[in-house]
Design a protein around this ligand. Structure first.
Ligand code: NAI
Length: 702
């Protein structure tokens, strides 16, 4: 049992103890029932106080239980016992009370919280409808409209807001037990009676179409393509229309159904994949990597400045190294103006921004790296330049320091050969803007040591990024799939007469934040050309492989930064406009390469873009460049805008069925796709055996 029962002078105290985050499972539920029973047995006990040991209140339901039948005692039964208890039940919250944790708290009669406590219902982020009365009790406490906002955003509120809207009654001191006891004793002194949430109706209201539309609109970006929100609204409307028990029954049905939806399965897949990707097979995640206190970043360009800010945001002191004073000043000015912008938008207070600006020291002297725990080079993508810089850093850095390159196309192994300690060299492939994007590809070179990899993974955590270890192949994982598959098909379709805007529209309707052509323009078309030049040095691809992008690069039409690319941009704004010059260029290239116009349906656009990712993803797995299919899903959902609610390309392929995927790939090859569509051997094998990528991950995990 995970509950300790004590008596504190007439107040029974049930302390939940289920480290690390007091997730609710059968043992916690049984413990709560037992605590209610003991409270009732004892004549001199006047009230029950529930608190949690450790760093947080119950952080939510134990997700491991969600897969199958929830073992008894159930949530409804447990929460009813709390709510119907004839003696007052008080709960004291600290840390984060989320989901099932907050549902327990809402079934109690009185709630207090420490000043730093946060409370929320994040189920929507997993595509789930709460199943322990959350949709029925929350509106009774905070009002229907506030409840809708909380349930649709999934974001927690702080203690002050919780008190303002009626979710908690009182903010106590920092110690949840002492504060809770004081609150409980006062309630008893004042003769407080049980106050079941179910009986409270005053704040319930029918939401009405305009209010619903307003809240949906507020969360439109996060909810694009999603369906869970409609069930949340149904459950909330039920709270105001049905009696409590009927409302609970409807919620239970909606909750059970939500666990089966493709959306929820996909979202939970990504949730677990993000936890799994920090583990490297065969490497114990010892967590003993030395802390990084000081870092050197070389190159104050687009990436260097972003990386410096990401480090400063995590409290790491940075020396930003440049070769010339002007470039350095420019870089430091960008950093200053970015932090100023954060202050103006209210994201950061002025003092914190100032401290971060000051923690980044500009310098032209490599000696500044002498006491660094980590150096990251982000100079031009030039093989010889990068080798020179790495070799120099290797002689300056202390022996324990990590030496990283932010290369996006060069071979890390070959770069590392320029140093005397290639085992400490690792790729840290940040994405632009580096202080914002969560994904960090950690590139394992031929000689990168295990200790270096662990240190890189621990750095990712410090930076609050999702670190995924990838192999040292062309474009690593994300860019290879994007360039060699996704963008390749987008280009071929343009040659076949499909407009870039239509391709983008179809992929945005699929759920991508931005279609491939807009992304290409935003990243800079030359960036892809440069990466592919590296590929073509090692392998060949038959024409018309990326002839459009390469021609645009040659003409200096590089996308947003030059005002023209696939689209046209006016007066420095970022709105993509039709580009008649591109139409002419495409017509000429199509003729030169003998590509005929043909009708391409929306379904075909989607299929070609998505299945090219799946096929390449399978090759990448076969080559060992990614450890798991789920790692690829993490890369695509956190770094490339693949809709999270579709689970990433590999999970999406599983949902289609791999035999259907193979059939479609064969059809694309027969329809003129030729060698671009030769099906991955691994994909063929899995389909033949009736297995999925998830099965493959499970087998590999052994
Ligand atoms: P950039 O051209 O904006 O910045 C490069 C900076 O390096 C310039 O400020 C330059 O003055 C400085 N530099 C050149 N030689 C130097 C030297 N000897 N010592 C010190 N500083 C020197 O380039 P960007 O876009 O920041 O790219 C940097 C690296 O990051 C490249 O390897 C690129 O492939 C990679 N990368 C770029 C991404 C992007 O979206 N731009 C994304 C991921 C990686």
């Amino acid at each position: 049992m995970s509950v300790v029962f004590e008596n504190h002078g007439g107040i029974a105290v049930a302390r939940i103890e289920r480290p690390p985050v007091n997730a609710i499972d059968a043992s916690v539920r049984a413990g709560l029932l037992w605590a209610v029973a003991r409270t009732l047995e004892s004549a001199d006990t006047q009230a029950l106080l529930i608190v949690c040991n450790g760093r947080t209140f119950m952080s939510g339901a134990d997700l491991a239980e969600l897969g199958g039948v929830i073992p008894p005692p159930g949530y409804v039964e447990t929460l009813a016992a709390l709510e119907n208890c004839p003696k007052p039940v008080i709960v004291s919250l600290h840390g984060t009370a989320l989901g099932g944790g907050l549902e327990v708290a809402m079934a109690c009669h009185y709630r207090c919280a420490t000043p730093t406590a946060r409370m929320g219902m994040p189920e929507i982020t997993l595509g789930i409808i709460p199943g322990a009365g959350g949709t029925q009790r929350l509106p009774r406490l905070v009002g229907s409209l506030n409840a809708l906002g909380m349930l649709l955003s999934g974001a927690p509120v702080d203690a002050k807001r919780a008190r303002d809207i009626g979710l908690v009654d009182e903010i106590v001191g920092d110690d949840p037990l002492a504060g809770g006891l004081e609150f409980a004793q006062r309630l008893v002194r004042e003769g407080a009676r049980p106050r079941p949430t179910r009986a409270s109706k005053e704040r319930l209201q029918s939401l009405g179409e305009p209010a619903i539309a307003g809240v949906l609109d507020q969360h439109a970006r996060a909810l694009k393509g999603r369906t869970t929100q409609h069930q949340v609204i149904r459950a909330l409307e039920a709270a105001s229309q049905l009696d409590f028990d009927e409302g609970l029954r409807l919620e239970a049905r909606l909750s059970a159904d939500s666990l089966q939806t493709a959306e929820s399965l996909a979202l939970r897949h990504v949730f677990f994949a993000e936890r799994e990707c920090g583990r490297v097979p065969g490497l114990a995640a010892s967590g003993t990597a030395p802390a990084v206190r000081k870092a050197a970043v070389i190159g104050a360009g687009t990436m260097g400045t972003g990386i410096a800010m990401a480090l400063a945001d995590a409290g790491i002191a940075v020396s930003l190294l440049e070769r010339d004073g002007q470039a350095l000043e420019r870089g430091l000015a960008v950093i200053r103006s970015n932090y100023d912008g954060s202050v103006q938008r209210g994201r950061l207070d002025a003092a914190a921004a100032e401290a971060r600006v000051r923690s980044i020291q500009g310098t032209l002297d490599f000696d500044a790296a002498r006491d660094a725990d980590l150096a990251i080079e982000a100079v031009y993508e030039d093989f010889d330049l990068k080798r020179t810089i790495l070799a120099r850093l290797d002689t300056v850095l202390p022996p324990h320091a990590l030496l990283a390159s932010n290369t996006s196309s060069l071979s890390l192994g070959e770069l590392a050969q320029a140093t005397r300690n290639p085992e400490r060299v690792v790729g840290l492939h940040f994405f632009s803007p580096a202080n914002v994007m969560r994904l960090l590809e950690i590139v394992r070179g031929a000689r990168t040591s295990n200790a270096t990899l662990l240190a890189a993974l621990s750095l990712a955590k410090t930076l609050r990024k999702t670190g995924v270890v990838v192999g040292d192949g062309f474009g690593f994982v994300g860019n290879r799939m994007m360039l060699d598959g996704y963008f390749r098909e987008a280009e071929l379709m343009m040659l076949q007469g499909v407009s870039p805007a239509r391709i983008d529209g179809v992929m945005e309707a699929f759920g991508f934040a931005m279609g491939p052509n807009k992304v290409n323009d935003m990243a800079g078309i030359d960036v892809g050309t440069r990466v592919r030049t590296e590929l073509l040095r090692r392998e060949s691809r038959p024409p018309p492989y990326h002839v459009v992008s390469d021609a645009l690069t040659a003409q200096g039409h590089l996308g947003q930064k030059s005002g023209r690319g696939i689209y046209r941009y006016e007066g420095g704004d970022r709105t993509p406009r039709d580009n008649p010059e591109l139409t002419a260029l495409i017509a000429a290239l199509a003729e030169r390469h003998g590509v005929a116009h043909r009708a391409v349906s929306d379904a075909e656009i989607e299929r070609r873009c998505v299945l090219s990712l799946v096929n390449l993803g399978a090759n990448i797995l076969a080559e060992g460049l990614a450890y798991r299919a789920s790692d690829i899903d993490v890369i695509w959902t956190s770094g490339y805008g693949f809709p999270r609610w579709r689970g990433g390309p590999m999970c999406y392929a599983d949902s289609l069925g791999l035999d259907a995927v193979v059939e479609q790939i064969h059809a694309l090859a027969d329809a003129g796709g030729g060698s671009y569509w030769s099906a991955s051997a691994l994909l063929l094998e899995l389909a033949r055996e009736g297995r999925s990528f998830a099965d493959l991950d499970r087998t590999r995990a052994g």
